[in-house]
Ligand binder design. Structure first.
Ligand SMILES: [Zn+2]
Length: 315
């Protein structure tokens, strides 16, 4: 989460005595005796979901009952339950300050209602209400858990991470994958080129297919994988573009076949039968768009490979 976003979230959290977790961007804390956390419903609005974990005399909460509070306020839109977890959706306002003004009354309405109905703060997994119930982050996601359940979750996550960490990169399969992907990319360059479209899309297709191809068959993306995919992309963009032009040449001169056209293409350019600036301009465009497609795809692939999301107590 960036600083600006964190500062915005603080404007919501601090007036009601809650905190912001700067890893996952969750507003969390204890309000009227209930552990809760708030998540932005979507990034474009100031609408939040507020999450509780509750039991009533040790029993699971009932949807019909916890939902009744939705009628008490027009700012509480919805209520969904999943096991012990109860999630309300709050209506946001157009601005930060107007939303801040609405937040506390909504939380007061909900917590007063829950108290009146006899709901207790509880662990979201086992439903136990004891002093160890606290707010945790498990693999990057917030959760209200008791001490025991958190430890169990953490152990499960550790096993999973260890298994993922053990996956070995298979360079040969990855190279085959990148090559197969690049064939799709080259096909796009030729096909779109023949239809007279701008090379933009085909460059991006080339990048995504080659890198995804490596990742898919190689099982993992490393620096080596990036280098191999990049070399394959460089070569295949060149070949795809040259085939595209050769097809046009073969179509134009009826006595020239595709293979011959491909072979003599550099001579045709040198002797001025083809406009060099057009040929190389087009090639440069495909390279440019391959790079534009490759950079975010590589970043995403490397990030996915490294991601070991943390688990910790939020405080
Ligand atoms: Zn528990």
């Amino acid at each position: 989460m960036n600083k600006k976003e964190e500062n915005t979230l603080r404007k919501f959290a601090e007036p009601i005595g809650l905190a912001v977790d700067h890893n996952n961007g969750v507003i969390y804390g204890v309000y009227q005796g209930y552990h809760l956390y708030l998540i932005r419903a979507n990034n474009n609005s100031y609408s939040f979901t507020v999450n509780f974990s509750l039991n009533k005399a040790g029993e699971l909460p009932q949807q019909d009952e916890v939902k009744q509070v939705v009628k008490e306020s027009k700012d509480i839109i919805d209520c969904v339950i999943q096991g012990y977890q109860v999630t309300y959706t709050l209506r946001g306002a157009m601005t930060v300050s107007k939303t801040v003004d609405k937040l506390e009354p909504s939380l007061q309405t909900i917590t007063a209602f829950l108290q009146k109905m006899g709901y207790q703060d509880a662990c979201a997994l086992c439903g136990k209400s004891d002093s160890t119930v606290a707010l945790y982050t498990v693999s990057g996601a917030p959760a209200i858990l008791c001490d025991d359940c958190f430890k169990k979750q953490q152990e499960a996550v550790n096993i999973q991470n260890r298994e993922q960490g053990n996956v070995k990169e298979n360079v040969l399969s990855g190279t085959v994958g990148a090559f197969l992907g690049s064939l799709i990319g080259a096909g796009a360059i030729i096909l779109l080129g023949q239809f007279g479209y701008v090379a933009a899309i085909s460059g991006i297709v080339m990048a995504i297919c080659a890198i995804k191809g490596y990742e898919l068959l190689g099982k993992k993306m490393t620096t080596k994988g990036i280098l191999i995919s990049s070399v394959i992309m460089l070569v295949m963009v060149y070949i795809g573009n040259r085939i595209d032009w050769s097809i046009s040449v073969a179509n134009y001169y009826t006595d020239v076949d595709l293979f011959y056209a491909f072979r003599i293409l550099p001579d045709l350019i040198r002797e001025g039968y083809l406009e060099a600036s057009q040929y190389y301009g087009n090639l440069a465009m495909v390279y440019l768009f391959t790079a534009i497609g490759a950079i975010p795809t590589i970043i995403a692939a490397v990030r996915d490979g490294k991601q070991t999301q943390e688990s910790y107590k939020m405080s």
